[in-house]
Design a protein around this ligand. Sequence first.
Ligand SMILES: NC(=O)c1ccc[n+]([C@@H]2O[C@H](COP(=O)([O-])OP(=O)(O)OC[C@H]3O[C@@H](n4cnc5c(N)ncnc54)[C@H](OP(=O)(O)O)[C@@H]3O)[C@@H](O)[C@H]2O)c1
Length: 223
Amino acid sequence: MKVILFGGSGMVGQGVLRECLHDPDVRSVLSIGRSATGQRHVKLRELIHRDFLDFSPIEGELSGFDACFFCLGVSSAGMKEEDYRRVTYDFTMAAARTLARLNPNMTFVYVSGMGTDSSERGRTMWARVKGKTENELLRLPFKAAYMFRPGLIVPLHGIKSKTRIYRLFYAATGPLLGLLNAAFPKYVTTTEQVGRAMIRVAKQGAPKPVLENSDINEVQLGY
Ligand SMILES: NC(=O)c1ccc[n+]([C@@H]2O[C@H](COP(=O)([O-])OP(=O)(O)OC[C@H]3O[C@@H](n4cnc5c(N)ncnc54)[C@H](OP(=O)(O)O)[C@@H]3O)[C@@H](O)[C@H]2O)c1
């Protein structure tokens, strides 16, 4: 399996990258980001790209892939709707439309979040924007597309969030998070579980296109 990864420098993306590099069925990973992942591996190649609204300069590098794991995203805290929409919806759709055109056999997996609003009409700004993004991704002509809606993600294996407020939260809660993961699989997952679940659905599919936190934890059990 040949994988394209977005957001590989972030917390979720680092977790997904780690699992991809460990999985013998993942032949190669192309990471696309404005920052490098900081990892070196024989299976990993990186493209530093600045304009996430225009992928035409690197289109020549983007075909022949089986899966895209899209982990690029921001917290909506303190953001205006138009700025949040630009990163969450515009960036994702620009990448996904290009990839769908170039890779009709691709499985696209998007990291959304628990509470995403599929109606696109609710009161919570981030949930509406993620809902619209999910809905439009599901309409693209990929072989398959899966929307992952994790709740709280516990970073494992020394992985750190790029978002300062999350780093403070993780530092303050420490080992308690591991216990929460075991006690509340409906609400809590880990970077490892998310990564394994992505690889599993890319290889074998899933019974439904939108996977809630508990579905993610269940799917990865068959990894
Ligand atoms: N963390 C959680 O518990 C959690 C729970 C549910 C859902 N999620 C979702 O998972 C996704 C990833 O979250 P995360 O925790 O991995 O966040 P993170 O650690 O802050 O990483 C964010 C990633 O997105 C990239 N990115 C952000 N803004 C960008 C921009 N303007 N242009 C290009 N790249 C940009 C970052 O690149 P740089 O390294 O260059 O900044 C980084 O690779 C988000 O959509 C988030 O909503 C997270």
